[in-house]
Design a protein around this ligand. Structure first.
Ligand SMILES: Nc1ncnc2c1ncn2[C@@H]1O[C@H](COP(=O)(O)OP(=O)(O)OP(=O)(O)O)[C@@H](O)[C@H]1O
Ligand SMILES: [Mg+2]
Length: 353
């Protein structure tokens, strides 16, 4: 439904390209998120798809139409692309009512009064704002304003919706609630969504697929579960959640040595530069067998109970400190020896990149 091929974008006067060879394809109805740190090129990529930036090279297809082709110098203007957009700054018009805001794109498109009325009321019903249709847009809360922006995007009934950090101006609680609402809405309507965020949890919860970006490039792509459990780069492992990363000192077959001890993996270790593990995947015990494969011994520095879990800090023999998330029910004695087990199936072998 959307296909970017080897997209490059260098802003006028900029020394470095902001988008460096991005290739990305979205199936109809798919929800794909561009995730990455500030400045990595997410907005630039999205704006290129929207036609708000002119890429330096590559091509973009939306549905059946090629909307950008660098080799032919062809660029379809934004208004002629079958897309709708929602931005971080809601960009709703303060001098208009809710209903007028949502109707605006349809008036531009010269739909009939009757069509406008029915499409607007349907969109407002979908975002739960039908009761506030006559309210002035300035008399709305942040969450309500964002719903107006979403309704205004929905009302266009295009197959593709582009969203750039649409929830980041909302407070934490509302953001969590709107997250799931937004996904449900997009899925119900059957839209293909390209979503931009720097928030890992948001990306994990919303997406069918995540494209992880760094310095203008997509470095990894996969379902949230694939990327969380099996990242292939150090950047991917650490950006998508907490991870303890150990550098490989020596590798032979399925075994590796790190500065903190030996580990056995479930796979061949050729080309593996680091091995990572999530804190919740490490098993800590003060009463089990301290010897065995993938068991490392240390001393418990601290154990902090936070309701759902205990956050342990363990100092290994060589002095390295490791974070572990343990269930809230196990009792731990601080300052005493502790054994960590790093299960082979939860070890994440990472390439050098
Ligand atoms: N209009 C512009 N002119 C020149 N450089 C720009 C322009 N817009 C963005 N850039 C640069 O391009 C790079 C990518 O910016 P972009 O806005 O795409 O990042 P982002 O991933 O969306 O970041 P954030 O999470 O902060 O929104 C940055 O280095 C930025 O400074
Ligand atoms: Mg941005």
């Amino acid at each position: 439904m959307i296909e970017c091929k080897d997209l490059w974008l260098t802003y006028p006067g900029a020394a470095q390209p902001s988008v460096c060879g991005v290739s990305l394809a979205l199936e109809p109805g798919e929800f794909v998120t561009l995730l990455g740190p500030s400045g990595c090129g997410k907005t630039s990529t999205l704006r290129s798809v929207a036609g708000l930036e002119t890429p330096s090279a590559g091509s973009i297809r939306i549905g059946e139409s090629v909307v950008f082709d660098g080799t032919r110098g062809h660029q379809t203007p934004t208004h002629a692309r079958d897309i709708s957009m929602v931005f971080q700054s809601y960009a709703i018009w303060p001098h208009m009512t809710v209903q007028q805001n949502v109707a605006f794109p349809l008036e531009i498109a010269r739909l009939s009064r009757e069509q406008i009325r029915s499409q607007v009321s349907e969109a407002l019903r979908m975002v739960g704002l039908d009761a506030l249709a006559e309210r002035s847009a300035t008399q709305l809360s942040g969450g309500q304003q964002q719903r107006v922006a979403i309704a205004r995007a929905l009302v266009r009934r295009s197959g593709v919706m582009l969203l750039d950090e649409p929830l980041s101006n909302l407070d934490a609680k509302l953001r969590e609630q709107m997250r799931l609402e937004l996904r449900e809405l997009i899925k119900t309507v059957g839209l293909t969504a390209l979503y931009v965020t720097h928030d890992q949890e948001e990306a994990l919860m919303l997406s069918d697929r995540i494209a992880l970006m760094s310095a203008g490039r997509i470095v990894e792509q996969g379902t949230p579960l694939e990327l969380y459990l099996h990242p292939s780069t150090r950047f991917g492992a650490t950006f998508l959640g907490a991870a303890e990363v150990f550098d490989v000192v020596r590798a032979r077959g399925r075994e590796i040595d790190t500065a903190d001890g030996a580990l056995a993996l479930n796979q061949d270790t050729t080309g593996v530069a680091h091995v990572a593990i999530r804190p919740e995947a490490i098993l800590a015990t003060q009463s089990g067998d301290p010897h065995g494969p993938n068991r490392w011994n240390g001393r418990l520095i601290s154990a902090i109970f936070s309701g759902r879990q205990q956050q342990l800090v363990v100092e290994l023999a060589g002095g390295r400190r490791v974070n572990v998330l343990a269930p809230p029910t196990t009792a731990f004695r601080v300052q005493e020896p502790v054994t960590l087990e790093l299960p082979a199936e939860r070890l994440m072998p990472l390439a050098r990149a």
